[in-house]
Design a protein around this ligand. Structure first.
Ligand SMILES: *Cc1c(COP(=O)(O)O)cnc(C)c1O
Length: 431
């Protein structure tokens, strides 16, 4: 294992980037804000590994924040992209590939009868919220703290202090008017959900959640919570939206909804569905989806939506996941990592708990259980930073925040996992 890596070129390029782009990045999560220090600048990914511009190799547990479930440079996706480029990069007109990808999604995801392709997860959730409001003729949307649904104005909100559930803007630029129509509740809080539906009966357009949450670290829903989500929305005529941008095609081919046997009204997708290219999707019940323009009146459009290159990558990715399912291998090596992390932490006397669903997991520096943002946010984030940097020094690239799930890919081997556990033990030994 490489040690005492020099990251001089990364330091130089990041200093340059900071003059060119806000914070030196094109997406905030990359900036290492939560752990301090300069991000690593990469030149190549291959299988389970990343190589930075100083030539250091890392075992990658971010996988581009989810899409790389089959590893970097997965050959069928690479070949499909090459072939698509030869036919032209964008037409702004219908293609057969869009039908093929739509069929793959509809066949894979139980609740989806019709789908619209977009360019990112954010676009998918933004459009799904608009559709739910247009379809129900209602304004209020319920979301849960610690769940992330992209940078949609009405969802960039935090719990207000006065009222139990009324949201306030979480970012400058989000108006109070926008945030007023969002209610914010605690994840897994059945009572809170039922009370909100009593108080705002007939006014709630939608409930949106990550059915396996990855954006406060990995947090799973209880069976009671899932049951109550379906029952309350159904009884009140509100739209239940599963945001499966992260967990879709990850925790199972059919997403969390197939794992838990709960059928949402709408589903949002991103990350894996584009095979590493910019592509998202939202879909669901035909009766709801037929309200989307031009079949219906709810506005939705996109110059590059259904782009032939992104669509080709998505088709190759979903076809591979369907025909050669990686989920058994993912479960096996992910469990190996979970067990190894738990043993290393316990042996070193480090307070911790681990949440995992398939190849998504988080080692929380908190005795647990971590079931909502209330418990997740009580983690020892300084310990997390030490852990993170200790692992970078040992060639292990983990998500750069306590509040992100790590991802194992199908390219990770038992040896990669064992190397990772050995590195974790070394880091804990120095505490
Ligand atoms: C990543 C993510 C999004 C946003 O997707 P982008 O492609 O980054 O816009 C939305 N919801 C969830 C659950 C996500 O993990």
């Amino acid at each position: 294992m490489s040690k005492a890596l020099s990251r001089e070129q990364s330091r130089i390029e990041f200093a340059r980037a900071k003059e060119l782009m806000p914070g030196g990045v094109n997406s905030a999560a990359r900036a290492f804000g939560a752990v301090g220090g300069d991000p690593v600048v990469f030149q190549e990914g291959d299988g389970a590994y990343l190589t930075d511009i100083d030539g250091n190799r890392y075992i990658d547990y971010i996988g581009s924040w989810g899409p790389m479930i089959l590893g970097h440079q997965f050959a069928p996706v690479k070949d499909a992209v090459h072939a698509a480029v030869e036919r032209g990069t964008s037409f702004g007109a219908p293609t057969v590939a869009e039908n093929v990808l739509a069929e793959l999604i509809i066949d894979a995801v139980p609740s989806v009868e019709m789908v619209r392709l977009v360019n990112s997860g954010t676009e998918a959730t933004m459009s799904a919220i608009r559709l739910a409001r247009g379809y129900t003729g209602r304004d209020i949307v319920i979301k849960f703290s610690g769940n992330y649904h992209g940078h949609v104005d009405s969802l960039l909100v935090a719990a207000g202090s006065a009222a139990a559930t009324l949201a306030v803007p979480n970012s400058p630029g989000v108006t109070v008017g926008t945030s007023k129509d969002t209610l914010i509740l605690q994840y897994n809080d059945v009572q809170g959900l039922e009370q909100a539906f009593e108080k705002y009966a007939g006014k709630i357009a939608a409930v949106i959640l990550e059915p396996v949450c990855g954006n406060m670290g990995c947090v799973t829903p209880t069976a009671d919570f899932l049951k109550s989500l379906r029952a309350t929305t159904q009884d009140d005529g509100a739209v239940l939206i599963f945001d499966e941008v992260m967990c879709g095609f990850r925790v199972a081919f059919g997403g969390a909804q197939s794992l838990f046997g709960v059928t949402p009204d709408l589903t949002t997708m991103g990350k894996i569905v584009g095979g590493g290219l910019p592509l998202g999707a939202f879909g669901g019940k035909r009766a709801i989806m037929e309200n989307v323009l031009p079949a219906g009146k709810v506005f939705q459009a996109g110059t590059l939506s259904g782009n032939p290159i992104a669509t080709a990558a998505g088709i190759a990715m979903l076809t591979a996941l369907r025909d050669t399912p990686p989920y058994e291998h993912l479960e096996k090596i992910s469990r190996r990592l979970e067990v190894g992390l738990a043993e290393a932490a316990t042996a070193a006397g480090v307070e911790h708990s681990i949440n995992r669903v398939g190849s998504m997991m988080t080692l929380f520096f908190h005795p647990g259980p971590v079931t909502a943002w209330e418990s997740a946010s009580a983690c020892d984030t300084q310990r997390f930073s030490k852990y993170f940097w200790g692992l970078i020094e040992r060639g292990i690239y983990m998500p750069c925040s306590q509040f992100e799930a790590l991802f194992v890919s199908n390219s990770h081997t038992e040896q990669d996992i064992d190397e990772t556990i050995a590195a974790v033990k070394e880091v804990f030994a120095k505490w």
